[in-house]
Write a protein that binds this ligand. Sequence first.
Ligand code: GDP
Length: 309
Amino acid sequence: MKVVVLAGGTGAAKFVRGLVRAIDPRDLSVIVNTGDDLVWWGLHVSPDLDTICYELGGLLDRQRGWGRLEETFHCRDAMRALGQASWFNVGDRDLSTHLFRTERLRAGVPLSEVTAALCARWGIASRILPMTDARVRTIVTMDDGDVPFQEFFVRRRHTGAVHAVRFEGASTAQPAPGVIDAIHHAAIVVIAPSNPVTSVGPILGVLGMTEALSTTSARTVAISPVVGSAAVSGPAARLMATRGWPTTAAGVAMAYRSFLDVLLCDVGDAALAGDIEKLDVHPVFTNILMSDTSMAEHLAKETLDAGAH
Ligand code: GDP
């Protein structure tokens, strides 16, 4: 049974950690947000792709939720001593990924092929696809103007009023090779518990994506990243408000309503059943917190069950 996951970074990594314990990893394709990508010290960094690859390659520092195991930060410290920007944390091992990627991209190799090469080196059996090989940039409009996503998220620690979020380049970006095909050949498409605005939003913004999700015969199942009226972590709820969506699981259903069949919501949110059903989405109430790997595996199995009905 082929499974496709639309993924951001940390929330999605926790979910796929459980999923590859529930299915054959070779049956999994992960389509990953690249709107967060940035050029840092002249290098192309793809934070969400790296988080998913590191997770599936057994390289992720799960404590932090990003970056590599047994990491050191000597280069960052030395750059800081040179008076260079050091607010974005690139570790020494992590640096090798960005050096490799940047060198290949400069040689004209598309991001999807560079990612496949990295996955092969790391022995990853699943297919990890960037949403597009084109450049898409998530831009956040704040009181003092437009800032790229990482500037908002990391440098400003997602504080400050957000007025709008847009995905530059998305509407003309072609999906990466294999993306649309994977969606059409899947039995289940899962929208990971990722930020609906800045992690899943850019993926849905790529040309033809929502059409593929609406026309596939696969069941589409999302896991809410929101419990009650707050995100499990990060600024998802606040960003959802900028779209005019309720900052609850019902707002997540609203974000995905054009293609979504089932939404897994927290068991404490059962009072939202009517609101979600009104959007033509079937809610399933369960424990959606992944405090450890066995809970993530349990959630993955429930997601597969929900998609099978
Ligand atoms: P980012 O690019 O690192 O922000 O990655 P994601 O968008 O994939 O992950 C962040 C989202 O994951 C946040 O909106 C969180 O609310 C959500 N999240 C984190 N841990 C959990 C969890 O255990 N369960 C659920 N349901 N959502 C989670």
